[in-house]
Design a protein around this ligand. Structure first.
Ligand SMILES: N[C@@H](CCC(=O)N[C@@H](CS)C(=O)NCC(=O)O)C(=O)O
Length: 208
């Protein structure tokens, strides 16, 4: 691989997920800070990278990847020697995809419904169902362990771990039972602790 991937980041955003992934991989990305509070996400230069004006984003070899889960998956595949994703064709890769898609497409909208006190008449047409269904799935996902794919930590744990970390922090999901154990296991990882420390330093630098 020639160029280093460039990760566009700001602390206190979903960029924390991809910044943590970068720490799990040993710091493989060049970090470029985008200060959303100063409007840098809406600058013409950044909108060319991500027309959504959102973080995180990653560029590599002329390609842009947005969406935290997609970036984590891309990085896991780019550095297979770090073993953060089962190889293509391994059935466990199916489970990895499942939970990496489940977090942004089911947990996140459910969380926003809960926090915004939105009630939906029809859980069958809402892709994320409802709170009870999402919680039943999360509990099933965490029933093995210690990690989502069993003994081996993977990119799926980064995405689900971050999502559950924030869901419990904001009170959308109670911090109890398997969720509590999982979130505590996540917080004990050296790469997660390093992300928290570096983000705190960067927050200071940016005056957040
Ligand atoms: N679907 C995106 C969501 C990214 C997102 O909403 N990022 C927020 C920060 S947590 C953002 O950049 N907001 C700035 C804005 O919308 O202007 C992902 O999963 O990465």
């Amino acid at each position: 691989m020639s160029d280093k991937p460039v990760l566009y980041h700001m602390p206190q955003t979903r960029g924390g997920t991809t910044f943590w992934m970068n720490e799990e991989l040993g710091g493989v990305c060049e970090i470029k800070l985008v200060n959303l509070r100063k409007g840098e996400g809406r600058s013409p230069e950044y909108l060319k990278i991500n027309p959504m004006g959102k973080l995180p984003a990653l560029t590599h070899e002329g390609v842009c990847v947005t969406e935290a889960a997609a970036i984590c998956l891309y990085l896991a595949d780019l550095f297979p020697e770090k073993e953060l994703a089962p190889a293509a064709g391994d059935p466990k890769r199916g489970a990895m995809y499942r939970w990496m898609f489940f977090a942004p497409s089911c947990i996140e909208p459910m969380m926003l419904d809960r926090l915004g006190k939105v009630t939906r008449e029809n859980a069958t047409s809402a892709g994320h169902g409802d709170y009870e269904r999402v919680m039943a799935s999360i509990n099933q996902a965490l029933s093995g362990g210690p990690w989502l794919l069993g003994d081996k930590f993977s990119a799926a744990d980064v995405v689900m771990g971050s999502t559950l970390f924030f869901a419990t922090m904001f009170g959308a999901i109670p911090k109890e039972g398997r969720v509590k154990e999982f979130v505590e296991r996540i917080a004990a990882r050296p790469a997660h602790q390093s992300m928290v420390k570096k983000n705190a330093d960067l927050s200071g630098e940016l005056g957040l």
